[in-house]
Each structure stands twice: as C-alpha cells, then as structure tokens.
Write a protein that binds this ligand. Structure first.
Ligand SMILES: *Cc1c(COP(=O)(O)O)cnc(C)c1O
Length: 381
C-alpha cells in the first residue's frame, strides 16, 4: 500500500469549530447572517488591530469588493504584483479595467519598490495614474510595505494588500494587511486557517466596510420592496462557515508557530547547501511561513526543482513550483509589465527555480523527515 499522501498544505481543525456550528443550529441561525458572522468580524478586527472586518465568500470576492469600493471601472488601470496566484489579478478583469504587472525584488520575492516607482512615474507622465495598487505578501513574507505605501501615497494612489497568504505575519510589529487602505484575507482550504472557503476585508474605514457588506448582499436599497440602484453580488459568508472561522482563529498563533517550526526543520537540513536559497525573511518582519519556499539552482546542486517534484510525487508527496507570474500567463498576454530593472526580471528567476515544500501545520516530524531524506538522496547523487 502506498504511504498516506503528504499535502502541500491541508486543513487543520482545532476541534472548537463544531461548537460554533452547533450554536448556529441551536439558534436556527443557519442563514443568512447571525452570531458567528458578527463574532468572526469582531474577532478578526481585534486580532489584526483594525477597526473593522467584513467576512465574505472568498478572498477573490474580497478583492473584487475593494475594487468596487475604489470605483474601478473600464477606463481605469490597476497595478498588481506579477508573482502571485491568479486570484490577485482576476478581479481587475471582472471590472473590465486594465492591469499593469509589477515585478518582485529578491529580498522579499514581493513587489519591487524600484519597479513600482518606475511604473508610477510613467503613469503620471502619461496623465493616467492607476486607481489602486494591489500588493501581495507571498507565502507569508511581507513585502517592503511601508516603503511601497509611501511611494503610492506620494502619487495619491490607494493600496490594497493581498494578505491571503500572510494572515498572522507581522511587519515592524504590525499585522500584515493593515498598512494599505484595505487588506484582504482568504480562508480557502489550503490557507493557514480555513473555513472550507471564505475571505475578509480588513480596514480602519468602517464606512467603506459597511458599503462592502451592502454590495455583498445584492446592493439592496433601504426600502420594504426590493429596490436596487447599483450592481451587487451574493458574496456574504454564511453563519455556518463563519463558525468554522471562529474555531480556527482561536488557534491561528499556534498554526503560525507550527508552520515556522516546519520551515526551521527544512532550513536546518538545507540552509547551508550551496545553490539552495530559502525565501528571505526581512529584518523586522515575521513571516507566518505559510509555505516553505526556496530556489534551487541545478547548475550548482546538480538537481532541478522538477526532479525533486517528480521524485516526491512518486512517494505520494505533494510539492509544487512557485506561482507562475501573471506576466507569463496567456490570460495576461500583451499586458504592460515592469521588471525590477531593465533586463532583470526577478519573478522569472524565482519561477524558474522556485519550489514549495509540504508545509502544513499538521505534517508530522516523521513525515517531514521522509521528505527531507528523499531530497537529500537526490542531492547526494
Ligand atoms: C488564495 C489566494 C487568493 C484568493 O483567495 P480565495 O479565498 O481562494 O478566493 C488571493 N490571493 C492570493 C495571493 C492567494 O494565495
């Protein structure tokens, strides 16, 4: 029989989720909203030290709503990190707006301040600044967010932080997702905590979040009859799903510790191997290490990331390349792209050599040692 599959990142329940779900059943608050939705919003705002949170059906929906809040339409451009999951950029297309993709820098794998500065300079010169800049915190590592926000501020452009992967991470002691006008979170099944599916917007702008709840519930006007003046969505999170979120949020800090411990074990094994470089953790930042990600240079190690993925897969272990950058996607063909420096696209490099290892908070030490052993065997060849 094959070994039990080891996933990249799988759901890890706390055991308290059922209590909140039971409460919803007992009160017959199955739908639409209720205690758990209100509770999760309150608890998320408190955890992140912001004034408010609005919980919705997915992280993607959260991004879409923030674009609506910023009034993004068909004549607008929106800047976005190129090295990310497609969900960061898709909502730009939902609004019929034009994306401009920004490269990463090596120190964080996240948005390059140099590339952003160039792109904004060009945009200003052409008389058309973007309506928003979406900045992603990849695999839990914060971008140089204060520097990036400062650049955007100097052009008067609002920032949306895509903190889908960085819930629980900090930058200079402050929670990831709380530096821009809006931060978005995801509770998808593979994230550090999950509600099976869900997301949130966090912000200090309570009025805006009120508006987001309105848009997320079909934008129904104040009237007894059903009246609508603008386009709305069915994006609200259900009270059952929010119950799972409350049970998960209780153990978030524990999950961060567990993921960091997984990272530390990989680092101990491969941190000194020539040709292997782990995604850096900037000074004054704390990454939740959602996924342990590294680059491996086959010219130096003699092993490609492809060989590692194949070998692990033979043993029923899931490993993956890093996200394929948006500027290399057929979907975004022809879209403007600003590399870190002319002739130096950092995200191309990270994509070509990058590898994500199984990083779930529920991977056992034994399982992780098996993964490490298999990679060691390849490296020794
Ligand atoms: C998961 C993810 C999202 C989208 O979240 P969903 O809840 O799956 O819609 C957005 N951005 C990034 C970077 C993600 O990893």
């Amino acid at each position: 029989m094959q070994n039990k599959r080891i996933f990249l990142s799988s759901p890890h329940m706390s055991g308290n989720e059922q209590k909140y779900i039971q409460e919803a059943f007992d009160l017959n608050w199955i739908a639409p909203l209720g205690n758990n939705v209100n509770g999760l919003e309150r608890e998320l705002a408190a955890y992140n030290s912001v004034k408010d949170a609005a919980v919705v059906a997915s992280g993607t929906a959260a991004i879409h709503l923030t674009l609506r809040l910023l009034d993004v339409g068909t004549d607008d451009t929106v800047f976005c990190s190129s090295l990310t999951f497609v969900a960061s950029a898709n909502p730009i297309l939902y609004q019929g707006a034009t994306p401009v993709l920004i490269d990463s820098e090596m120190d964080t794998w996240n948005m390059s301040p140099k590339a952003l500065e160039r792109a904004l300079g060009d945009a200003k010169e052409s008389g058309k600044l973007p309506k928003a800049v979406i900045i992603v915190h990849l695999y839990g590592q914060s971008a140089r967010i204060d520097e990036l926000v400062e650049i955007c501020d100097s052009y008067g452009v609002p920032v949306i932080e895509d903190a889908a992967e960085s819930l629980g991470s900090t930058y200079k002691g402050r929670k990831s997702g709380t530096f821009g006008t809006y931060g978005i979170l995801s509770f998808n099944g593979n994230k550090i905590i999950t509600t099976s599916g869900g997301g949130a917007i966090i912000s200090n702008d309570e009025e805006a979040l009120k508006k987001s709840r309105f848009l997320a519930t079909q934008a129904r006007d104040q009237a007894v009859h059903y009246q609508h003046s603008e386009i709305g969505y069915n994006y609200r999170m259900s009270n059952i799903v929010a119950g799972i979120g409350r049970g998960q949020l209780e153990v978030l800090d524990e999950r961060v510790e567990q993921r960091r411990a997984v990272f530390a074990r990989y680092y101990e094994a491969f941190g000194n191997v020539a040709g292997i470089k782990f995604q850096p953790e900037l000074e004054e930042t704390m990454s939740n290490r959602w996924l342990t990600a590294l680059t491996i240079d086959p010219e130096v190690t003699g092993v490609s990331r492809h060989e590692i993925i194949e070998r692990l897969n033979e043993e029923n272990i899931e490993a993956r390349p890093v996200w394929k950058p948006m500027h290399l996607q057929p979907l975004f063909e022809g879209v403007a792209y600003y590399p870190h420096e002319k002739g130096n696209s950092v995200s191309d490099y990270v994509f070509e050599y990058g590898l994500c290892l199984p990083s779930g908070s529920n991977i056992s030490v034994e399982e992780q040692e098996r993964v490490i052993g298999l990679i060691e065997e390849l490296l020794a060849k």
